[in-house]
Design a protein around this ligand. Structure first.
Ligand SMILES: C[S@@+](CC[C@H](N)C(=O)[O-])C[C@H]1O[C@@H](n2cnc3c(N)ncnc32)[C@H](O)[C@@H]1O
Length: 332
């Protein structure tokens, strides 16, 4: 993985210097050529003089063999490694929280840069998680792992946007299945621990009632995916409702799954999705748990499921919250 580090002071991109360039690349098809776009962006971002490329391995590229214990062991180094590396880059580049940071940091892959830039206002995940998500989706397509891309826990649709854009040019385009209540998180339960109880203001009955956290409507998501990212509605299937009702009833309609992204935070939300969707993941399919290190209920559900299903595929940390594994056997 390569990061671009500019020594020149980063100044605000000035598209008004060159109005003809504004939005061209970011709108995709309208750009006549990508090379001039990159030149314009670099020039406008003040990069034209000194660009340095530094190869840095990401945690997800350093596989953590040896199963769960090793993965948890591996976790200890991840935040440290990431924090150290990113704080260095961020203070030098001073772009992490800037408007253009998500774009600039994923250059030189312009399709990915564009996707991440578009997604940044529609996701609560991190830049690194979105970048790894794009790379994993692309890898699945290159390896020709058949099946749909699925996300359970969509919120405003940022991660779904990354998945959809990564698949847009595939032939055939895998369908994107999106499960959410589109009314926010339900109550956690006793398996989710004290942090979740605090977050839900003490509502821990596990009831399928919105606690008014992580709320976004279906219309918001449709606008993000179809108007802003310009994905084709023909490739996206929405499953609206509580996972406990929609997932068991509709899993059968999905067919094989290539990428399964679980981002429902709680124990019960993760468990129901693993039970009904993981068996649909084909050999070499990937399951991503956005909250594996963040919410104890999510981690508990995953650990229990791995144990009861005899799964020993290594868990690979992405950052301080997220992890994934690749299914190496065709069974459950
Ligand atoms: C953390 S947000 C998802 C973030 C999103 N993936 C992103 O990229 O920013 C969690 C989502 O899961 C949904 N969710 C959690 N548990 C659910 C359940 N049991 N049924 C339906 N939706 C659920 C919530 O409505 C919320 O939209």
């Amino acid at each position: 993985m390569t990061y671009m580090v500019a020594r020149a002071a980063l100044r605000r991109p000035r598209f008004k210097d060159n109005p003809a360039s504004m939005g061209r690349g970011a709108r995709g098809g309208r750009a006549a050529s990508r090379a001039p776009l990159q030149a314009i962006l670099c020039r406008n971002a003040g990069f034209s003089r000194q660009i340095l490329t530094i190869p840095v391995p990401l945690p997800h590229e350093c596989g953590v063999p040896g199963g769960l214990d090793a993965a948890l062991e591996g976790r200890r180094f991840v935040p440290l490694t990431l924090d150290t590396r990113h704080s260095t880059l961020d203070t030098r580049m001073n772009v992490s929280n800037r408007r253009w940071g998500w774009y600039v940091r994923s250059l030189p892959n312009l399709a990915r840069s564009r996707a991440l830039f578009l997604a940044r206002n529609h996701t609560m995940t991190s830049f690194i998680r979105c970048k790894v998500l794009w790379d994993l989706c692309q890898e699945q397509l290159q390896r020709k792992v058949p099946g749909a891309f699925v996300e359970c826990g969509v919120w405003r649709g940022g991660s779904a946007m990354v998945m959809g854009l990564a698949a847009r040019k595939a032939n055939p385009v895998p369908p994107l299945h999106l499960f959410d209540s589109f009314e926010g998180l339900p109550e956690p339960d006793g398996n989710d621990g004290a942090k979740a109880a605090q977050y839900s203001d003490g509502k821990v009955g596990g009831k399928l009632l919105s606690i008014a956290k992580c709320q976004a409507s279906l219309e918001q998501v449709k606008s993000a995916l179809f108007e802003q990212a310009r994905l084709s509605p023909a490739n996206v299937v929405f499953h609206q409702g509580w996972f406990q009702n929609t997932v068991p009833a509709q899993a059968g309609s999905i067919g094989a799954i290539s990428v399964l992204r679980l981002d429902g935070d709680w124990y019960a939300s993760t468990k129901i999705c693993l039970e009904h969707l993981y068996p649909r993941l084909g050999r070499d399919g990937i399951v991503i748990l956005d909250d594996y290190f963040l919410w104890e209920g999510c981690r508990k559900a995953a650990q229990e499921y791995r144990q009861t299903s005899g799964i020993s595929d290594p868990i690979i940390p992405v950052d301080e919250d997220c992890a994934y594994w690749r299914k190496t056997s065709a069974g459950s």
